[in-house]
Design a binder for this molecule. Structure first.
Ligand SMILES: [Zn+2]
Ligand SMILES: [Zn+2]
Length: 142
């Protein structure tokens, strides 16, 4: 999280006619601090715990803007809620999700990636977003 991130987000919002507010800056900061996957409600909870007054609606409206601005991405559409995580350079990975405890296991598999690329290539399709979610039960929950 740098001053550059803040000004990049501020410019992004201004260019598109969105208001830049201190709340949005706090949401950006918190989202970039969070490790791993998170849901909108978790972010609301963490902000409030830090004494930052921010409405749920603001968080729900701001997260998609952070996605569009390229700070975070949507992962795991899941059964319940959308999860987000940082955009971490080149790291592309997929997820195993436990239906009982909600644990998320990340994996990266070259062969899987090649298959996805081949499927798209053969159909002359340009992929923009690939989400692989495997639902089941982790070792501890079986
Ligand atoms: Zn589990
Ligand atoms: Zn992940």
């Amino acid at each position: 999280m740098t001053a550059k991130d803040i000004s990049r987000f501020r410019d992004y919002l201004k260019e598109r006619g969105f208001k830049w507010t201190p709340q949005r800056e706090k949401i950006l900061k918190e989202a970039l601090i969070l490790e791993g996957h998170f849901e909108a409600d978790e972010l609301v909870y963490r902000l409030r715990r830090k004494g930052i007054r921010v409405s749920k609606a603001t968080v729900y409206r701001t997260l998609p803007l952070l996605v569009k601005a390229g700070f975070i991405k949507e992962v795991i559409h899941g059964e319940k809620h959308l999860h987000y995580e940082h955009v971490r350079g080149d790291s592309r990975h997929d997820h195993l999700i436990c239906l009982r405890c909600g644990k998320i296991i990340e994996f990266e598999d070259e062969a899987m990636r090649e298959i996805q690329e081949r499927i798209c290539r053969e159909r002359n399709f340009r992929p923009e977003k690939v989400l692989v979610e495997i639902y089941g039960y982790c070792e501890g929950c079986r």
